[in-house]
Design a binder for this molecule. Structure first.
Ligand code: K2U
Ligand code: ZN
Length: 174
């Protein structure tokens, strides 16, 4: 149980390409626990390991928590290790994205509306499933993190530069 600091732009670590996990071990599971603690503490619904400075291809997600006010403690954490994504349609779905590593910046990004997802679960078991809706958006956003890409990299240069300037201003004000 540890809440870790989440790196923010322009930290160059966020541009690193993360490496596959060679074997799912208790150390991997301890990392997953820290990632989930850090994601919930930051009110996120997804997190990639590089965002807490660990260049391993591990993603956590919880699309259900905080959505039902009558169940404030409901949690449905998911773990994706060494994920692979294959688009299943040419249709693009727009979403007003945000990012815990680019605080207080939001803008529209269009991504494939439906994807095939292959990964290892936290016990090292291979899983294949399809994702659409917010799940498809979020997993592609997190996959970008594993490849050193941020959602602002999909925006115009002007919007990206304004986003980084805003984060610097927000950080100075903190
Ligand atoms: O990678 C992250 O920083 C986590 C994002 C995940 C996310 C990005 C875009 C679209 C959906 C999820 C954070 O959770 S950003 C905060 C947030 C929370 C709810 C919905 C959208 C964004
Ligand atoms: Zn992000």
């Amino acid at each position: 149980m540890a809440i870790r600091d989440i790196l923010t732009v322009p930290d160059p670590v966020l541009k690193q390409v993360s490496r596959d996990v060679e074997a799912v071990t208790d150390e991997t599971r301890a990392l997953i626990e820290d990632m989930l603690d850090s994601m919930y503490a930051a009110n996120g619904i997804g997190l990639a390991a590089i965002q807490i400075g660990v260049p391993q291809r591990v993603i956590v997600m919880d699309l259900e928590w905080g959505r039902d006010e009558s169940k404030p403690d409901h949690r449905a954490p998911r773990t994706f290790i060494n994920p692979r994504i294959t688009p299943l349609t040419d249709e693009l779905s727009p979403y007003e994205e945000g990012c815990l590593s680019v605080p207080e910046v939001y803008d529209e990004v269009k991504r494939p509306a439906r994807v095939k997802l292959e990964y290892l679960d936290q016990d090292g078991n291979p899983v294949v499933e399809e994702a659409d809706g917010l799940f498809a958006t979020c997993i592609q956003h997190e996959m970008d993190h594993l490849n050193g890409v941020l959602f602002i990299d999909h925006l115009s240069r002007l919007k990206r530069e304004r986003a980084v300037a805003r984060v610097r201003k927000v950080r100075r004000a903190a």
